[in-house]
Design a protein around this ligand. Structure first.
Ligand SMILES: [Mn+2]
Length: 379
């Protein structure tokens, strides 16, 4: 009898256990089937909602020494955030270049104000950069809520930031456009102009080596919305690059610094400027740039300083009215520390003191990756 009771009890426990197991499994599998997968829009919007926005203004910053893409991506992303109800404002860490001023005048949009420093715990969204050294002063002690960027490497780690959109495309403005799509927010015409300017500038009208198919798709979508045809895109691009490389009234040091980026790689503090030059007169131009490099190195305590100089050759073809210049190769000039070793490892033997050259056009992003490899092998 006792055995029977025990057996009965055990059976009851076993049945109860199985019931619980089946019920739980059934319920979970059921809920999996019934629960709709959240749409891209819902995921993006709920992620935005989940951020710790605080009560003060959140600033949206592109990189220091901003180019058009840095300004455009910050302006357009801040606008998206405001449309979604968040208190965000675009700022720039330093003054803007002539190309940005030109296109803002042409398209009639307001440029962001300069803010050189942010207090600790300020909420930030950063666009178009991934290095603290390129960010606004104080970024290290700020709270970075989001990062929208199209660069490799860098010391602003994705893992500490709640929302990161980082894809190695030709322009950060392309990624901002995709965020509008993810949010289900239509791009208004002013924002369309701003983003179009960013893509035109960073890809030089889709001609730069870093350009991806998605940059072309977004550029044409925006141009279509605005009724801007291919010829007008070419003209805009020509005027913008003309403004960027209008060096009138600038000292040689100003010219060298007009599009310079700093990096910390394997403990080395380096700077790489990006310049364009239209033939003839390249040798003289390189000499002038080489002459200012020692002073800039000393003033900024760089370990090494470089500049890539893209060569542009007068176009003698039929389309010379539309494109007066065609692309040539890339010069890479160097000064200080192990810069000769680095430059020659990437570009081959020097042509003359401080000068290397590649027939193939090289973008700064590609150069930074190659330089990083060499510097990582040095210490
Ligand atoms: Mn960019």
């Amino acid at each position: 009898m006792e055995t029977y009771k025990l057996f009965n009890y055990c059976m009851k426990v076993a049945i109860a256990f199985l019931f619980v197991v089946f019920f739980t499994v059934g319920l979970t599998s059921c809920s999996n089937e019934d629960m709709p997968v959240p749409s891209k829009e819902q995921s993006y919007l709920s992620l935005m909602q989940s951020l710790n926005w605080g009560t003060d203004t959140c600033y949206v910053f592109g990189h220091n020494i901003p180019d058009v893409d840095a300004v455009a991506s910050a302006l357009a992303y801040a606008k998206l955030m405001r449309t979604l109800g968040y208190n965000c404002k675009a700022k720039v860490p330093s003054s803007m270049n002539k190309e940005t001023e030109y296109i803002a005048r042409e398209f009639g949009f307001a440029l962001p104000e300069i803010k050189t420093y942010v207090d600790p715990q300020t909420r930030l969204i950063i666009t178009d950069h991934n290095e603290y050294i390129q960010s606004v002063d104080g970024a290290k002690d700020a709270i970075i809520l989001q990062k929208i960027d199209h660069h490799d490497g860098g010391d602003i780690l994705d893992s500490n930031i709640p929302y990161v959109r980082r894809e190695i495309v030709g322009s950060c403005s392309t990624l901002v456009f995709q965020c509008y799509q993810d949010a289900g927010v239509p791009v208004d015409d002013e924002t369309a102009r701003i983003l179009l300017a960013g893509i035109l500038s960073d890809t030089r009208n889709l001609s730069k080596v870093a350009t991806c198919p998605i940059d072309s798709i977004v550029l044409y979508t925006l141009a279509n919305q605005l009724g801007i045809g291919p010829d007008s895109l070419s003209t805009l691009n020509r005027m913008m690059s003309g403004a960027k490389y209008d060096f009138e009234g600038m000292t040689d040091a100003d010219i060298f610094n007009s599009d310079i980026k700093e990096y910390t790689i394997n403990g080395f503090h380096i700077a790489i400027a990006s310049l364009d030059f239209r033939l003839p007169g390249m040798e003289e131009f390189l000499d002038r740039m080489l002459a200012v490099m020692p002073t800039l190195l000393a003033e900024n305590q760089y370990d090494m300083i470089f500049a890539k100089v893209d060569e542009h050759i007068p176009n003698t073809g039929e389309n010379k009215e539309l494109d007066p210049y065609i692309e040539g190769g890339t010069y890479f000039i160097y000064y200080g520390g192990d810069s000769k070793t680095v430059a020659e490892a990437v570009f081959g033997p020097s042509l003359s003191q401080g000068v290397t050259f590649s027939e193939e056009k090289m973008g700064r992003k590609v150069i930074v990756n190659l330089v990083t490899e060499v510097l990582n092998g040095l210490k």
